[in-house]
Design a protein. Structure first.
Length: 230
């Protein structure tokens, strides 16, 4: 579905209804919301919410993307397909925590991840396969006792594990970090795990809408590296 050209007058008229604007604003601030959660946030009936969603979709303000048993909503001007896949995963607890593990430690084996997350290795294996299939993670190559990352700094990290290990890394880490730190309050809305708490409390402000400033991801990543690897 192509996106229509924005017309400020039409936008004001189309979003003038309080409930419609509230739905749009909630989807804008909480990318990847599904219908039930959206209804809980809006003081309106399911029928009313569905009516306004239909209008917003028809007029290319939002898009609806399938995600297993759910459909998730995004504001069209803000998200591409690649972002939606990442947010789908970040809204699922185990997949989110695997992504957070790889965001904090930069690589990990199935056994390392299962120990850190206190999950059965078979459960981790299942979710690793999904993340691999979706192209969000990949197998990390090794070289003379180092695991190669997809980062500028550190570009590789020493490891001393014996035996044959398959390590995983984020396929496009900067895209993941960008989503995490620009939408962390809205994606990580049920903080209950140590890695979630760690990410959520990193001392960087959400800069969306603040003079178009962007978080310096290289500085942030190096801060995590010094904190967790030294």
């Amino acid at each position: 579905m192509g996106e229509k050209k924005s017309n400020k007058k039409n936008d004001r008229e189309n979003l003038s209804l309080d409930t419609r604007k509230e739905i749009y604003d909630n989807i804008l601030k909480n990318p990847g919301l599904h219908l039930r959660k959206l209804i809980r946030k809006i003081n309106a009936s399911e029928g009313t919410v569905r009516h306004h969603i239909k209008f917003l979709k028809k007029n290319s303000y939002i898009t609806e993307e399938p995600d297993g048993n759910y459909s998730r909503f995004y504001v069209l001007k803000d998200f591409q397909k690649k972002d939606m896949k990442t947010i789908h995963a970040l809204r699922k607890k185990t997949q989110r925590n695997i992504i957070l593990y790889l965001s904090v430690y930069f690589f990990g084996s199935q056994i390392q991840i299962s120990k850190e997350l206190n999950k059965n290795p078979k459960t981790i294996e299942y979710h690793l396969k999904i993340l691999l299939k979706e192209g969000l993670i990949e197998k990390a190559p090794t070289e003379e006792g180092f695991v190669i990352t997809n980062l500028k700094n550190p570009d590789k990290i020493k490891f001393d594990y014996k035996g044959r290990n398959i390590f995983y890394r984020l396929k496009k880490p900067y895209e993941v970090y960008d989503l995490l730190f620009n939408y962390k309050e809205n994606i990580l809305d049920d903080i209950s795990e140590p890695l979630e708490d760690y990410i959520f409390n990193l001392p960087f402000e959400n800069n969306i809408g603040k003079n178009d400033e962007k978080i310096n991801l290289d500085d942030l990543i190096f801060m995590i590296y010094k904190d967790k690897h030294n």
